[in-house]
Design a protein around this ligand. Sequence first.
Ligand SMILES: *Cc1c(COP(=O)(O)O)cnc(C)c1O
Length: 481
Amino acid sequence: MSAAVPAPGRARLPAVHLLLDDATCAPLLAQYGREQTVDAVRAELELLRAALFGGAAASPAGTAVQDAPDTSAAAILARTAERLRRANAPTLRAVYNLTGTVLHTNLGRALLPDEAVQAVVEALRWPMNLEWDIETGTRGDRDSLVEAQLRELTGAEAVTIVNNNAAAVLLMLNSLAQGREVIVSRGELVEIGGAFRIPDIMTRAGATLREVGTTNRTHPRDYAENAGPATAMMLKVHCSNYAITGFTREVTLPELAPLARERGIPLAVDLGSGTLVDLERYGLPHETTVRETLAQGADLVTFSGDKLLGGPQCGIIAGRRDLVEAIKRNPLKRALRVSKLTLAALAPVLNLYRAPDLLPQRLTTLRLLTRPAADMRALAESLLDPMRAALGDDYTVDTAPMASQIGSGALPVDRLPSHGLAIRARAGLRGNPLGVLERRLRALPRPVVGRIADDTLWLDLRCLEAGQREAFAAQLTQLQA
Ligand SMILES: *Cc1c(COP(=O)(O)O)cnc(C)c1O
């Protein structure tokens, strides 16, 4: 098409420079800058041109194809603003976790207490003594920022911190067993969600896996007969996400430790979740603590920071000083090290453990795990009417008892009594009404994540704390749309 002969109707579209000079464009320029705003205006004009002259293939957002699009400057700038807002919206967003799984890996695991949140904000804002010793004015070691607390809480001689527990296991194996053998029971060759598999990590660490025993039964003699000059380590792995029951035999640490010591072979335990306190004290099922594991003869323990510990994502290696020193000398430690944000968050969380009597109020993870079902029940009853009003006649809503899980492989078979809302579609509705509802809940400003099972959408209220009730109920009105 010749430039001298404008297409009919083209003159109806305002020029880019006029749109940019429009008063309503000023806040967009101020917020998003010139390049982005110009590009967004051009993109909206392009869509309009296509809709007006290019057939029905394209139409501006929010415009039905058959309608004549609104070509006023105000309408174009409103769509530009929406385009810019969407492009700049955060991709990492807060959601309501009503799945019933407290430590949900896909939803970011542990929620941190305010002390930790504040410490992270400070660490983001200011230079910090991350690797600089304030006492001596010389270079410091970032592990030392939490080492004293962790030694106190676990009884370990030394600790080092890396990016997550998978990294801790990888680093430990690579540092102490590269080119040599590691004995692991066949009953403990676990796969943790997201492609962490003991045999694969072993290969990547350069160590050779020496499987012993059988899936359901491993005896002390299996370790004894397979230990030799090539053995660098005996490794026990917590069966985080499954349980072997029935005709089983596991070699316990007190059984294995004397053998390891006699042969001079380091004994390591990948504890997975790892807890620093006896959870039974708070009415939860018992999970072996890091301190118990070391006391039973483990030379090294690895565990996660963001599972039962309730802190930031990290992996902690605790145990014998000579072994931890060897691990810290591995150049891979530099590649797997944690950031100042992690250490800033971890230190105040560890401090909370110094007052174990106050822990269920202060440590968010423990507060959620120990919440009485009556709390969730009262909350469910208070949300029944707002939810019914929001969903209308297509669905039935009832309060119902349910069972929460700890999550992240901690105590996989234990369930915590909880309460929540059970939503079912009325009989005779066509299509997939629960799927539709699940999508509508996800489309809310703060998406709500529940769980569909047995033709029911379950919203477990354990992780909706009382202070969030009002905001949660308020956005339900938008479900009607
Ligand atoms: C969770 C878990 C891991 C992985 O820990 P991340 O912190 O997720 O990297 C490794 N081993 C066991 C036994 C676990 O339970």
